[in-house]
Design a protein around this ligand. Structure first.
Ligand code: ZN
Ligand code: ZN
Ligand code: FE
Length: 736
């Protein structure tokens, strides 16, 4: 019998067809393999077809991901050889476009070997590495459908491309110095500029970085000023794993993430400043104990570190603080004010993709920003879903498409607060709908009417399905773990539109994909000043103090706040004039951070919470709290914190005890829900669980109480993961 084998998954642009051909020939199997819209199609007959089928799965290339194999019988065709055929015409299904992949070790060897024809060629790549999503203009993925279409391969490259035994067989971006893209400046010159403390815009895989010498206080400070970035930490690029380990604590898991094909920024605990200051200026990440570190993802990056002049470079997204990353030469004017020099090249970036960010929790990655190297790899949701779009939230926006068994999350779009980001959102949505041939039958959106993502959803002229923010967070976690039925959803974050007009953010829900009931929430406090309150944590502190029956005089740290403004805000809170009720966990962290004198004014999102996490010591005793009706009432905790300050307890110990108290309150509330609803699965989501201190204490507490605990790993717990939750909820409503 001849077998028709249809394979779905990430099987294009990852060396899958040559692998199939070589395997078939080894086993005396005849037939063909070709790319289709859905993945690859194989027909096979003769030889050891059974072994062939088996080894397709077990020996597939490192970057390939087989999601499904479908085998059916055909009449024998009497073929005697096995070939790779050209891609089939579109057949109405969709292909899975692979993410961009960092330079592999083989290519690294090629371009560091003076005898190799790719010696020092900054665009060296092969079937196992190189640009993908960022250069693909259409599917199926062939050179003609990429931004490499304009480069004609030289004879040597062409020969590799056609030789099935070669590592570059059908490597679509294959190129060399003879025939491929070129860089606009000599790398020695670029290193010279960086050495002089200049800020250099450098074109990477998915967009421009702004780079400067990480050891230079002056250069880092200048970049900070120009980017209008406050105190927000900058990411670093280092040349090697050893350089990363010299400035940070790198364990095996961290090393695996750092050197893996996706090359995200990995958040790592830094070594003492005194040790690392010759390499990393204190201006890189003031006030936080972690550094965001990545290794080079392109040969061009490797060349920046070539002569050992730099141990670390600041590498930050080429954009003004809230705008999308610049990826096209015609947009370079947006960087004129920021960079002194430009290093560009003539391989166009079709789709802008920012760096990804990963943190490690219990030895496993938690993705905080899912972008380069990850997007648009589909998330297998384990069952077929209707085709839908979900517009996501406002901050850290991503959108999501569902098709087949998959949720396809966009790369990080950014904060949808300006026109440029909205344009990027619309372009990427169009692009991905075309790529994945998704025709959504409805669009999900956040309930907040003011979000640009909500408005963009309405513009799509599809039935619109509103999804409550925290329900979406919980569902995102459930979907990632393919949970069915009801679970306890713990959604703790900064801000989300509630169904009662209040701002929610400390929510314990009982939910499935179809709906939710709110079981507990942090006790409401009146927040004065809306968005201003987010930048001024002392406002939340005043509200919490008042609620606990205390006043500003009880909190010595508030003495640093302008007295007149504090009086105005106190009056507003007292009279509930222009205040809004909130159960936000973000504001609770703000309040405690301000009360302990850690952070009174926040210069970037979640600064107060991050600094509170950073100073927390080892004390794990909890303060008192109460569960009352639906309320998690922490007034006693606030009073205990103030009393502790009065006794002269250390801020580190008080901060640690606060984290444990909050985790304890979550566990106690979950216990009550287990009692009333008989549920034992808990899903943790929301931006507050980026705080590893809170996550660890909560997971440990829940596990200790025999709950089954789930947290997000592939999908961000912050609003970057919201769109996946919206999508699965909308699917349930459409199906329901
Ligand atoms: Zn390679
Ligand atoms: Zn060439
Ligand atoms: Fe949120």
């Amino acid at each position: 019998m001849r077998k028709q084998i249809r394979i779905r998954g990430t099987v294009q642009g990852v060396g899958f067809r040559p692998f199939v051909r070589n395997l078939a020939r080894k086993l005396g199997v005849a037939g063909f393999v070709r790319n289709t819209e859905a993945g690859v199609e194989i027909e096979a007959e003769g030889g050891e077809t059974g072994v062939f089928l088996e080894r397709l799965r077990t020996e597939c290339p490192p970057l390939a991901r087989i999601a499904e194999i479908d085998v059916s019988d055909l009449p024998p065709a009497g073929e005697t050889s096995f070939e790779i055929r050209p891609s089939a015409r579109p057949v109405g299904d969709f292909a899975l476009v692979p993410p961009d992949i960092a330079t592999c070790d083989d290519c690294l060897r090629d371009f560091t070997d003076p005898a190799n024809r790719r010696y020092l060629y900054p665009f060296t790549n092969c079937t196992n590495c190189g640009p993908r999503y960022t250069i693909i203009q259409d599917v199926p993925y062939d050179r003609a459908a990429t931004t490499m279409a304009g480069f004609r391969m030289c004879a040597a490259c062409e020969a590799e491309y056609r030789d099935c035994g070669d590592r570059r067989f059908h490597a679509q971006p294959n190129a060399c110095a003879e025939c491929g893209p070129r860089i606009s400046a000599a790398l020695a010159e670029v290193r010279g500029w960086l050495g002089e403390g200049q800020i250099v815009a450098i074109k990477g895989l998915g967009g421009y970085h702004l780079a400067c010498d990480a050891s230079s206080d002056g250069a880092v400070r200048l970049l900070r000023e120009r980017k209008r970035r406050g105190n927000k930490p900058f990411a670093l690029m280092v040349g090697t794993l050893e350089d990363a380990a010299a400035i940070c604590f790198v364990d095996d898991e961290a090393a695996r993430e750092l050197t893996g094909p996706r090359r995200p920024i990995v958040l790592l605990r830094r070594r003492p400043m005194a040790v690392i200051s010759p390499v990393v200026s204190p201006c890189v990440a003031p006030g936080v104990p972690d550094l965001g570190v990545m290794l080079p993802s392109t040969p061009l990056h490797h060349l920046l570190f070539a002569d050992g002049q730099f141990r670390a470079l600041v590498m930050t997204s080429g954009n003004l603080s809230e705008e999308p990353i610049v990826s096209r030469e015609e947009e370079l004017s947006r960087l004129r004010q920021l960079a002194d020099r430009f290093v560009t090249h003539n391989r166009p970036i079709r789709t802008a993709v920012d760096d990804s960010v990963v943190r490690l929790f219990r030895g496993r990655p938690v993705v905080l920003r899912r972008s380069r190297g990850f997007a648009p790899a589909p998330i297998d949701l384990g069952r077929p879903l209707p085709a839908l779009a979900a517009a996501g939230g406002e901050l850290k926006n991503t959108f999501c498409l569902t098709t087949g068994h998959y949720g396809i999350l966009s790369q990080h779009i950014g904060d949808l607060e300006n026109y440029e980001t909205l344009v990027f959102f619309r372009e990427t949505l169009d692009h991905m709908q075309r790529f994945f041939r998704v025709k959504p039958c409805a669009v999900a959106h956040d309930l907040h009417p003011g979000y640009l993502s909500t408005r963009a959803a309405f513009e799509m002229n599809l039935p619109a399905i509103g999804v409550q923010h925290h329900h979406a967070h919980a569902a995102s976690c459930m979907a990632e773990h393919r949970l069915e039925g009801k679970a306890i959803g713990v959604a703790f974050d900064g801000t989300g539109y509630g169904t009662d007009g209040a701002i929610w953010g400390g929510e314990i829900l009982v939910c499935d994909y179809a709906g939710f009931e709110r079981r507990f929430h942090l006790r409401y406090i009146p927040l004065a000043g809306g968005d201003t309150a987010v930048r001024e944590p002392w406002r939340a502190a005043l509200a919490y103090l008042g609620d606990a029956g205390l006043g500003p005089a009880d909190a010595p740290a508030l003495a640093d706040v302008d007295e007149r403004r504090m009086r105005v805000v106190s009056t507003m809170i007292g009279r509930r004039f222009q205040t809004v009720d909130t159960s936000s966990c973000g504001r609770l962290f703000d309040a405690v951070s301000a009360l302990l004198g850690v952070c009174l004014e926040s210069r970037y999102e979640a600064e107060a919470a991050m600094e509170l996490e950073a100073i927390a010591g080892d004390d794990s005793t909890a303060f008192g709290f109460e569960l009352c009706g639906e309320e998690i009432d922490l007034r006693e905790t606030i009073r205990a914190l103030i009393a502790g300050l009065g006794r002269g307890d250390g801020v580190a110990s008080l901060a640690a005890r606060f984290h444990h108290t909050l985790a304890g309150a979550i566990v106690a509330a979950c216990n009550q829900v287990r009692h009333t609803d008989g549920l034992h699965r808990v899903c943790l989501s929301g931006g507050s669980f980026q705080n590893m201190r809170l996550l660890e204490a909560t997971v440990a507490g829940l596990e200790g109480a025999a709950f089954e605990v789930y947290w997000q790993s592939q999908v961000p717990p912050n609003d970057g993961g919201l769109s996946l939750g919206q999508a699965v909820i909308a699917c349930a409503r459409v199906e329901g």
